[in-house]
Design a protein around this ligand. Structure first.
Ligand code: AMP
Length: 190
C-alpha cells in the first residue's frame, strides 16, 4: 500500500494534482473538503454542522474529519493506497492519522508540499471564485482568513512531517503540466 499526502495552502493546486496522481498511481483520493461539501449537498447532519465553520473559512473540528477519514480507511480495504488532499490540516489530525495507519501497518510514505507564494494564492482563489461557486472563495475576507488559518494551524503539519524525514517541497508555480512533472519525479524517486 502506498499512502501519500498532498499538502499545501488553499489554492496551491492540491485537488487537481491529487486527481491526476490518484489516476496515474491507482490510489484512492481522499479530500476532506470534497467530502464535507458533498455532505452539505446531501443535507446530512455533519454537513450542516461543518457549514458554519466552512463559510467563515475556519477549520471544522478535528474529530469530524478524522471520523470521515477513518470510515473510508476501514471500508476501502481493497485500495492500493490513498492520496490525502486537504488533510491533515492540524498537527492533532496528523498524529491521529499516523495512529490509524500504524494500526494498518501502512504508514505515510511521503508528504508532497506544493509551495506557492501568498500573492499568487490570492490571485488563484479569486479566479477560482469566478469559475466555481464555492461560498468560501467568494468573500475576500473569508479567503484572507483561510490563508491565515493555514499559516497558523496547518503549516506546522509540514514541520511535523519534516521531522519524520517525509517532507518533499515542490515548486507549485507554473502550469498544470509543469507541476505534474515535478510531482511525478518525486513519486518515482520514493
Ligand atoms: P478545501 O476544499 O480542502 O479547501 O476545504 C474547504 C473547507 O473545508 C476548509 O476551509 C475547512 O473549513 C473545511 N476542511 C476541509 N478539510 C479539513 C480538515 N482536514 N480539517 C478541518 N477542516 C477542513
Amino acid at each position: 500500500m502506498r499512502n501519500i499526502i498532498l499538502f499545501g495552502a488553499p489554492g496551491a493546486g492540491k485537488g487537481t494534482q491529487a486527481a491526476f496522481l490518484s489516476e496515474r498511481y491507482d490510489l484512492v483520493q481522499l479530500s476532506t473538503g470534497e467530502m464535507l461539501r458533498s455532505a452539505i449537498d446531501r443535507g446530512l447532519e455533519i454537513g450542516k454542522e461543518a457549514q458554519t465553520y466552512m463559510s467563515r473559512g475556519e477549520l471544522v473540528p478535528d474529530s469530524m474529519v478524522i471520523g470521515l477519514i477513518q470510515e473510508v480507511l476501514e471500508r476501502r480495504t481493497d485500495a492500493k493506497g490513498f492520496i490525502f488532499d486537504g488533510f491533515p490540516r492540524t498537527v492533532a489530525q496528523a498524529e491521529q492519522l499516523d495512529a490509524l495507519l500504524d494500526r494498518l501497518e501502512e504508514p505515510i510514505q511521503a508528504v508532497l508540499m506544493l509551495e506557492v507564494p501568498a500573492q499568487e494564492l490570492k490571485n488563484r482563489l479569486i479566479k477560482r471564485a469566478e469559475l466555481e461557486n464555492r461560498v468560501d472563495d467568494q468573500d475576500p475576507s473569508v479567503v484572507e482568513n483561510r490563508l491565515a488559518v493555514y499559516e497558523r494551524a496547518t503549516r506546522p503539519v509540514a514541520d511535523y512531517y519534516e521531522a519524520l524525514g517525509k517532507l518533499h517541497r515542490i515548486d507549485g508555480v507554473g502550469d498544470f503540466q509543469q507541476v505534474t512533472e515535478r510531482l511525478v519525479r518525486v513519486m518515482e524517486s520514493l
